[in-house]
Design a protein around this ligand. Structure first.
Ligand code: HGY
Ligand code: MN
Ligand code: MN
Length: 424
């Protein structure tokens, strides 16, 4: 039997339509979490899902679940999804692709008039990026029970606005409880956001694992003073200290390369006036590695290094770890479903470890989960020029479709699955 396929043109058209919301000059998007533009993107997704005959529910962290009924709606659904929020200089595919590939699965099931055994859900996860509100993936983290709802709702942006307030403001402070319900399996489709697949000419990345992450915030405090009369030896220059820490972070990453990476993405200097010696500096640190022990060593080296730099520069320092999760190993039967499906569909594939974090990382704590990667042009992402080829987008959608369909027709194994208890 010929493999059933999605409508790649329709998926691409939906991506380009969504990309108009928050479109930026160089061809990307800026749709920061819980802004009006995020709301507009959410509304468009909800409109499309309702047009596809789905019921739509929103939970207390604003996660959206569009549900297509199955033959037996007491059975746990099969889920897919990703995020609509973007980086400030984000691209048209990061996150959105996984959301709209999920919608395309629902639309294709309708086109083919397929009734699945289980319900199928396409989802949108709030604030995956961790750009406006830190940390990343906070709403899927609350759903998976890693963070409390109170912690999630209290995350504040640079202006002190909380996620709870902003969810209310944009009309997505849902009432559905956070998680706590059986999900049969979850798949997330995403661009690789790195160069490997394109470089090797592979169409599908079978994501076996995701690297662990640690995020830190550092405040260095010295003393503002006049840039003119203050002699060099007596200065307590917080920005100079920050410069030395940026060098340290890079050295730690290089020391643990090629697997580990390290980044200082944000820096603020106070009072940020050209003729005042900075009395305060704030910076962020992002460590990642697919080996947990290395991340632990990097943590120790950072703490020791920062203390040394602060002492030598006569600065106070406040270094806080604000986010951490260990390496994720995805469910091997779901991963094999992706691998076998891609091969059956005739796509070139290779196993790959995700360098980026995804909501699937937290979903893997509550249900068998796997991810499907497709290449992106030049491996570039978190950049307005992020791009992908329509044939890649279609291929990932086809692999997602066959995996979701197979899982959605899996009957409960009596006595083994939670849902059997629920049905009893
Ligand atoms: O940081 C990440 O890996 C993701 O883009 N939030
Ligand atoms: Mn993403
Ligand atoms: Mn991202």
């Amino acid at each position: 039997m010929a493999e059933m396929k999605i409508n790649g043109d329709r998926l691409w058209a939906s991506l380009m339509e969504m990309a108009k919301i928050g479109a930026t000059p160089k061809g990307g998007v800026c749709r920061l979490a819980l802004t009006d533009l995020d709301r507009d993107g959410r509304n468009l997704f909800v409109k499309w899902c309702k047009e596809a005959g789905c019921t739509v529910k929103v939970d207390q962290m604003g996660n959206i679940f569009a549900r297509r009924p199955g033959r037996n709606n007491n059975l746990a659904p099969v889920g897919t999804g990703s995020h609509l929020d973007s980086q400030p200089t984000g691209g048209r595919f990061d996150g959105v692709y996984g959301v709209l590939a999920g919608l395309e699965v629902l639309r294709t099931l309708n086109d083919l008039k397929i009734e699945t055994e289980r319900p199928v859900e396409a989802s949108v996860w709030t604030n995956e990026e961790g750009s406006r509100f830190a940390p990343a993936m906070v709403a899927s983290g609350v759903y998976a029970g890693v963070f409390t709802l109170e912690y999630g709702l209290s995350r504040a942006d640079a202006d002190g606005k909380t996620m709870g307030e902003e969810l209310k403001r944009i009309g997505y402070a849902g009432s559905e409880p956070m998680g706590g319900r059986p999900v049969h399996a979850f798949f997330e489709t995403h661009i690789e956001q790195g160069p490997i697949l394109e470089h090797e000419g592979q169409t599908i990345g079978v994501v076996t694992d995701a690297q662990g992450q640690r995020w830190y915030e550092l405040t260095l405090t010295g003393q503002e003073s006049h840039a003119g009369p203050t002699p060099m030896p007596v200065r307590r220059d917080a920005l100079l200290g920050a410069a030395r820490v940026i060098q340290l972070v890079n050295e730690i990453g290089l020391k643990h390369a090629p697997l580990a990476v390290s980044t200082v993405g944000m820096i603020n200097s106070y009072p940020n006036s050209r003729n005042v010696i900075p009395g305060k500096a704030f910076l962020t640190v992002d460590f990642r590695c697919p080996v947990n022990d290395e991340l632990t060593q990097m943590d120790t080296e950072l703490k020791e290094g920062v203390a040394k730099i602060a002492a030598a520069s006569r600065l106070e320092h406040d270094l806080k770890q604000i986010f951490q999760y260990d390496c994720v190993h995805f469910d091997e039967s779901c991963v094999e479903m992706v691998r076998a499906g891609a091969k059956r569909l005739g796509y070139s594939t290779r196993d790959i470890v995700s360098g980026a974090g995804h909501d699937a990382c937290y979903m893997s704590k509550v249900t068998p989960t796997a991810m499907i990667f497709v290449p992106c042009v030049g491996g570039i992402s978190h950049n307005e020029i992020e791009d992908a080829k329509p044939e890649w987008i279609e291929a990932g959608g086809n692999v997602l479709f066959q995996a979701m369909l197979a899982k959605a027709n899996e009957l409960p194994v009596v006595g083994k699955s939670a849902e059997t208890v629920a049905l009893a």
